[in-house]
Design a protein around this ligand. Structure first.
Ligand SMILES: [Mg+2]
Length: 411
């Protein structure tokens, strides 16, 4: 029998000033007390959480019979813990169908992260992608990866004791924000007017109104009522949720020119890049779109043809923060504005790190899931100074959890 022996490691001592000057950086860091460059992912917890909505939600897709009113949002949360005790939390989501599918895909691919260095986020995104390569690089599979990716970025920023925006390289501590939830199509116009006043009172800066009614005159009447209700300098946007054809969109866009809208959102089918580009060229009002796209490649097509003056990426929908940053670079190369869709808890950080003044959509739907909340003041959303994304899951989130899965061991 052969004995296996291991040489005793050489004692590690702090380098003297002279040796520090001549030592390579890696050696320096490895030897410096209290600083470790390498950590390992030890444990992952996946949670499927169903958030109920207090009121069934309808946009134009419901009025045209394409979808039923939305009554809940499904979330996939990932909590990652390392050997050294660092942790991060990330999420993805699905409206209507898709939540159980994201959770199922995440469970199939999660174990490839155990034992990996959590700092290698690019490598880990690719590894997760290859684990499910046969189901593609967009849509549901990519959205499952997003929850892991966001958790790894949260962990990295927490480890650096920085808000995520500052880890990425922030341009501002607050971002312009507008309200969407008060202007849905199911909401009577009197209530919309009350909601818009309440939103402004709470420190939100702009108001978005859903359009795309079966009778176009109803849209014009509602936009007129809101415009007259608000001070002239309050930014107002409309969102058609893809319900017009090209001719209708052009006609409505021309009618709306007089209202000085900040943008017209999703006037056409989300994948009609040429149609959006034609509108963007023809109208003074900016065209915004992109929330429904499910990969950077799909966004790149929009940007290539000039389909949007304002790009509306959704980090959980396109694969997380790693992918969002690639898209942001593309958008900046064309000097485009961005107005990320939904998930303000993630997007306030990403927008703060985008060079051109952005907008972030204010949705308070996720508030019950978290112990912390974003502040709005002076028309802006303020990025928290807490490390990472700055959010922890609430007891209510635990109560709404419908499934969990764990991988690896807690340190
Ligand atoms: Mg929208």
């Amino acid at each position: 029998m052969t004995a296996i022996t291991t040489a005793a490691p050489a004692p590690v001592s702090a380098p003297s000033p002279a040796s520090a000057l001549s030592a390579p950086n890696a050696t320096l860091l490895a030897a410096a007390p209290g600083i470790s460059t390498v950590d390992r992912i030890a444990h992952l917890k996946l949670s499927s959480i169903t958030l109920p909505l207090t009121t069934p939600i309808s946009d134009a897709k419901v009025l045209t019979g394409r979808q039923k009113p939305m009554t809940e949002v499904a979330f996939l949360f990932v909590e990652v813990t390392t050997q050294n005790g660092h942790s991060g939390i990330g999420f993805s989501y699905s409206k209507r169908a898709g939540g159980p599918g994201q959770f199922a895909h995440a469970k199939e691919i999660a174990d490839v992260l155990i034992g990996e260095d959590p700092s290698d986020i690019g490598k880990l995104w690719v590894k997760l992608c290859w684990a499910g390569a046969s189901v593609g690089r967009s849509g549901l599979a990519t959205q499952a990866i997003a929850a892991f990716d966001v958790a790894l970025w949260d962990l990295k920023a927490k480890r650096a004791s920085l808000p995520l925006s500052k880890l990425l390289g922030s341009y501002r501590d607050s971002v312009r924000t507008y309200n969407t939830s008060g202007g849905f199509l199911h909401t009577p116009i009197e209530q919309v007017l009350e909601n818009s006043a309440a939103a402004l009172e709470s420190g939100i800066g702009g108001i978005k109104l859903k359009v795309g009614q079966p009778d176009w005159r109803t849209d014009v009447a509602r936009v007129t009522a809101v415009r007259e209700h608000l001070d002239d300098d309050v930014p107002l946007m409309v969102d058609a949720n893809q319900q017009w054809d090209r001719a209708s969109a052009m006609r409505m866009g021309r009618i709306f020119e007089e209202f000085g809208l900040v943008w017209i959102e999703e006037p056409l089918d989300a994948y009609d890049a040429e149609g959006h580009a034609q509108l963007a060229r023809s109208l003074d009002t900016s065209i915004a779109t992109g929330e429904m796209l499910a990969s950077v490649a799909e966004h790149a097509r929009l940007i290539e043809v000039g389909a949007a003056d304002i790009v509306q990426p959704d980090a959980p929908r396109i694969g997380g923060i790693t992918q969002f940053l690639k898209l942001a670079a593309l958008a900046e190369s064309k000097q485009l504005e961005i107005a990320p869709h939904f998930a303000m808890e993630i997007h306030c950080h990403l927008a703060a790190a985008y060079p051109i003044e952005p907008w972030v959509e204010h949705f308070d739907w996720l508030d019950p899931l978290f112990n912390e909340h974003l502040e709005t003041r002076d028309g802006r959303m303020w990025v928290s100074d807490r490390p990472g994304l700055g959010f922890t899951l609430s007891e209510q989130a635990a109560a709404w959890t419908v499934g969990t899965a764990e991988f690896g061991r807690r340190p």
